[in-house]
Design a protein around this ligand. Structure first.
Ligand SMILES: [Zn+2]
Length: 336
């Protein structure tokens, strides 16, 4: 059988007919393998779910304990048999618990990257290359213009701003799963030891990271109750970008809005979002990481999904590797 008969995009998402399971399906299915907890990949309402312990815990935090019919945790590298198809999970380095999925069926081994990155991140297990015949890669930042700078240099910009504007509250926008904890951890690694204030929507996920041994230093709720006399001048407040348009954000003294995202490479996006201090910190591969990964794995075929598919497909063809876009829809990563 040809690879595209063994695994292919079905209406609900990438589907393996022999094992009767979907990877990161967009709508409820009987059996799902979930790469990580971001809401566009991990949805509630599936029958059976296979994922890492952390991803299952994160789904329970976000959707409640009954987020699926039955959950099965797999350790990294453990082989699970799904109706004769061998499935294993491997670190993707994207957020806590994030995994790539290796699928072996009818003599073909597929490597489904999920979202991944190669740059170091102490808040999750680092990416590990997974040998495969067909590599299915994401391409969120799949254009040659995307080169992400080192994250510590970006955090350095935030620390400089705190010194320059010691009276202003620094509101740092970061998606609630992964990016927020990474930004906090980066601040600690750069020597920032004051309490960091967090929006209420981050509390449970930050607590979960702490329970998995990821030290985030002293975190305090960034709530402004009536009569609260907390002085937020010069404080760092981390919250989801969506909260910055709310009344909540306008109560801080002379707020300076920063946003940590790979998209901050694009000046226009920062401007449109009213971001005064763009921080280019991405949880995805940039162009050099994507192309180096493909070179390193040297698969016999590459399928490109959710992102800028055409440029990477073209790059593969020029490198002599057959490639095609998958045109899977529905992934709008919440954790870029
Ligand atoms: Zn993601």
């Amino acid at each position: 059988m040809k690879p595209d008969q063994l695994l292919y995009p079905a209406p609900a998402g990438l589907y393996c007919p022999a094992g009767d399971f979907h990877v990161d399906p967009m709508r409820p299915v009987a059996r799902a393998v979930i790469t990580h907890g971001h809401s566009d990949h991990a949805r509630a309402g599936h029958g059976a779910v296979l994922a890492t312990r952390e991803t299952l815990d994160i789904m329970a935090i976000r959707y409640g304990p009954d987020f699926c019919g039955s959950a099965q945790a797999a350790a990294f590298g453990e082989t699970i048999d799904l109706a004769g198809v061998k499935v294993s999970l491997h670190p993707a380095g994207h957020v806590l618990g994030s995994a790539q999925v290796a699928i072996s069926t009818s003599g073909t081994r597929f490597g489904v990257s999920g979202d991944y990155k190669r740059s170091p991140d102490p808040t999750c297990t680092p990416y590990e290359p997974v040998a495969c015949d067909v590599f299915i890669t994401e391409a969120t930042f799949g254009l040659p213009v995307f080169h992400h700078p080192g994250p510590k240099g970006e955090i350095g910009k935030l620390l400089t701003s705190l010194r320059q504007f010691p009276e202003r509250a620094h509101l740092v926008g970061a998606y609630s799963l992964g990016k927020a904890q990474r930004v906090i951890r980066l601040l600690r690694d750069c020597g920032y030891d004051r309490p960091i204030y967090i929006h209420g929507s981050l509390a449970r996920l930050c607590e979960y990271y702490l329970s998995r041994g990821i030290d985030l230093g002293e975190l305090r709720p960034a709530t402004l109750e009536k009569g609260d006399t907390t002085d937020f001048s010069g404080a760092v407040i981390v919250g989801p970008p969506s909260a910055f348009g709310e009344r909540w954000a306008r109560r801080f003294p002379d707020p300076l809005v920063a946003f940590a995202s790979g998209w901050m490479m694009v000046r226009q996006r920062a401007k449109q979002g009213g971001v005064e201090l763009p921080l280019v910190i991405s949880d995805h591969c940039d162009w050099p990481e994507l192309t180096e990964t493909i070179r390193e794995l040297s698969p016999s075929e590459v399928w490109v999904t959710h992102g800028r598919e055409e440029a990477l497909v073209r790059w593969c063809e020029l490198a002599g590797i057959p490639a095609r876009p998958l045109h899977l829809v529905g992934y709008e990563d919440e954790g870029d």
